[in-house]
Write a protein that binds this ligand. Structure first.
Ligand SMILES: *Cc1c(COP(=O)(O)O)cnc(C)c1O
Ligand SMILES: [Zn+2]
Length: 397
């Protein structure tokens, strides 16, 4: 059974029942216009007291439960959709690698490149597809820089649903191949990711379908929450710092929600410090965090395509997550990203996307500033597989 009890608007606090709303808060989204961060993103509310009881019962029944069993239980307790609606494609429960060899001190690497479509996006797609199954909707549309599309295409194939994709024509070739081989309907947008976002919004306004645009559908945040629940189960405690590659800010917001849910239930008693790792040219969330005033990133152009966003859809939520957790935004250059990507690959055996390597580059900056406490448990979220964009890799010799 599900302990999901409805939605709450993250802007005005108004509460809604499960099938009363689908996307944004109807009142707050009236002020929304294309080309600005979303207003009135909904968060899922759970029956935290009931979950606390169920978790207590689980802990008594299975005192020696291993991390995988704990993950399965936590993800079910905190899911807004019943297990029966999920596809049989195994998403999540990705490895947390404890590395001594990377930087000489212990770092934890959460590698989501091993998901079915090779990225963290499968967590959100999986939940939105389950919701479409529950509602008996046959078609799902999304905008994407590439990974959300590849992911939705794969999960829809598993569920027998139609996926409709709006993606920039300049997306990495491998991601476009993924979309096509899973037989999704691909609309190449002659423009940026932000243009694709608007096109997908227009499509769902005129077609009977579910829209998976990131942050627009509240389950994208809920799906991305599962990585945080896993970190807690795998470490046996709340990590001290989590470095998150950040574009739209939904992974960041989802991780914050995981630790909020755990705390609200009394399972844990604190939040991790969240750090947004952003490409220097795609830094709208970092600037907003610094100045308190929202402004688009001026001209995103970065080798880390997955975090190349002019107008982050979840900007307001992401900045709140940074502030609530006493975290920070960090800008990294493409050169720093590419060097971190090689370091990860040669010292740990993990080949991740440029976006993911931004976390290591940001970690170096944070450490240099003396900002990381000694002995802290630090996690880098490595969200995508390196094979998705081999053109990004350059060798000097
Ligand atoms: C989408 C994506 C991100 C960024 O997530 P946001 O929610 O947009 O901040 C990071 N890494 C990879 C591999 C992604 O696909
Ligand atoms: Zn509202």
């Amino acid at each position: 059974m599900s302990y999901f009890s409805g939605y709450r608007c993250t802007r005005c606090g108004h509460e809604y029942e499960q099938d009363q709303v689908s996307y944004l808060c109807p009142a707050c989204s009236k002020h929304y216009q294309p080309g600005m961060p979303l207003l009135g993103i909904l968060e899922c509310v759970f029956d935290y007291a009931q979950i606390a009881v169920a978790w207590e019962e689980f802990s008594i029944a299975f005192p020696d439960a291993n991390p995988t069993q704990k993950i399965e239980e936590l993800c079910e307790l905190f899911s807004p959709v019943d297990k029966e609606y999920y596809t049989n494609l195994p998403v999540g429960n990705t490895p947390l690698i404890c590395s001594q060899s990377l930087v000489g001190e212990t770092l934890y690497l959460k590698f989501d490149g091993v998901n079915p479509s090779g990225s963290y996006k499968d967590r959100a797609s999986s939940l939105v597809v389950a919701e479409a199954k529950r509602l008996d909707i046959k078609e799902i549309v999304t905008a994407s820089t590439g990974n959300a599309a590849a992911s939705l295409a794969a999960l829809c194939a598993a569920a027998g649903l139609k996926a409709v994709i709006f993606a920039p024509a300049k997306a990495p070739a491998a991601k476009l191949v993924q979309i096509k081989i899973h037989k999704a309907e691909l609309h190449l947008v002659d423009g940026t990711y932000d243009d694709a976002f608007a096109a997908a919004m227009e499509y769902s306004a005129t077609h009977e379908c579910l829209n998976r645009n990131t942050a627009y559908h509240p389950f994208t945040i809920e799906g991305k929450k599962t990585g945080g629940l896993e970190l807690y189960a795998q470490l046996g405690q709340v990590p001290d710092y989590i470095f998150v590659p950040t574009g739209d800010g939904v992974i960041l917001s989802g991780l914050a929600k995981a630790f909020y849910d755990l705390k609200e239930t009394g399972i844990t008693d604190r939040l991790p410090v969240l750090v947004a790792a952003q490409a220097a040219s795609s830094d709208a969330i970092t600037s907003y965090w610094e100045t308190g005033v929202y402004q688009d990133a001026k001209k995103p152009h970065t080798v880390a395509d997955s975090i190349s966003v002019k107008t982050p859809s979840a900007a307001h939520l992401a900045v709140k997550a940074l502030k609530d957790s006493h975290g920070m935004g960090i800008r990294v250059s493409d050169a720093e990203i590419l060097s971190a990507q090689k370091m990860l690959a040669s010292r740990t055996g993990i080949f991740c996307e440029p976006s993911s390597a931004a976390t290591l580059a940001a970690y170096f900056q944070a450490r240099e500033q003396g900002w990381i406490k000694d002995e802290a448990k630090v996690v880098l979220m490595l969200t995508g597989h390196g094979l998705k964009d081999i053109e990004a890799v350059k060798f000097d010799d």
